[in-house]
Design a protein around this ligand. Structure first.
Ligand code: 48H
Length: 255
């Protein structure tokens, strides 16, 4: 029996990974923006792989606000919550609250169930960059990187890459520096996130989401980090709208 357990897990995992050596879209980070984008792309029939450095996908959803595991969303997000099967309560001022655990679990389930492959415990440490275009990601086990082991990575080809890696946009910053390229931002580089201003941050998240280099898109807090916009605290409508917008833009590009 032990042989069947181990053999089944090894062959299923490697079948899944092998099938993702070339994908339409590689999503970096399984927070709210990355998960909604992956869900939308997968149900549109695209081959999507999501790489999440942490053991548990869901990014910043789980902890809600200061570990109070509830999140706020604008009332206009109700249809997305309904689609995902997430219940919510009115909170006044045009807002709803939802259970953070239910939202995280629903987005993970919907993305994977729609066909996105999710690799947790896997970090994107670099990208493939050819002819001035990002055309894949370079991955390694998070544990290898955490232990600082001198182990070379593997590569995944992708027609588009999404940096949905959250605050500070570390990956996009590293790509711009290493590739020596100007990003599509007012300064040509990663501008850095600004302090809290919820209304402005929410709108900026949507406005900032999109392509920053050929082949590279940003969404969620990474988009605000790249384009120097305000943060907004534990309100998640902007993250979901950002993921949905980028999915639409990627679908337009890929056809
Ligand atoms: C693999 C990586 C890598 C990498 C990072 O931060 P997230 O939840 O992402 P968003 O931007 O969709 O949502 C932000 C939201 O959770 C939040 O923090 C808000 C609204 N804050 C407002 C405020 O004012 O503070 O998730 C990003 C995920 C995480 O799970 C990381 O572990 C993962 O990306 N990640 N995975 N390779 N190089 N970098």
């Amino acid at each position: 029996m032990e042989r069947a357990i181990a053999g089944g897990i090894i062959s299923s995992y490697y079948r899944k990974l092998q099938d993702c050596l070339e994908v339409d879209v590689a999503v970096v980070g399984a927070g709210p923006s990355g998960l909604l984008c992956a869900w939308d792309l997968a149900r549109a029939g695209k081959k999507v792989a999501v790489f999440e450095r942490a053991l548990r996908p869901g990014g910043g959803i789980w902890g809600g606000a200061m570990l109070l595991n509830e999140v706020a969303l604008q009332q206009e997000m109700r249809p997305v919550l309904d689609e995902a099967g997430v219940r919510c309560l009115p909170a006044g001022d045009g807002l709803l609250t939802a259970d953070a655990v239910e939202l995280a679990a629903a987005l993970i389930y919907q993305a994977v169930h729609a066909g996105a492959r999710l690799f947790n415990g896997v970090c994107v440490e670099d990208v493939i960059f050819k002819d001035d275009r990002v055309c894949g990601v370079v991955i390694n086990w998070s544990t290898v990187l955490d232990a600082n082991l001198p182990v070379d990575p593997l590569m995944i080809g992708a027609r588009c890459v999404l940096d949905a890696g959250g605050h500070d946009a570390h990956l996009t910053e590293r790509i711009a520096r290493k590739a020596g390229v100007r990003l599509d931002t007012p300064t040509g580089s990663v501008m850095g996130e600004r302090p809290m201003w919820a209304e402005r941050g929410e709108q900026a998240t949507l406005d900032n989401s999109g392509p920053v280099l050929p082949g590279l898109y940003v969404a969620g807090m990474a988009a605000n980090g790249v384009r120097g916009s305000f943060r907004m605290g534990p309100i998640f409508g902007g993250m979901l709208r950002s993921g949905r917008k980028v999915a639409r833009l990627i679908l337009e590009e890929l056809g």
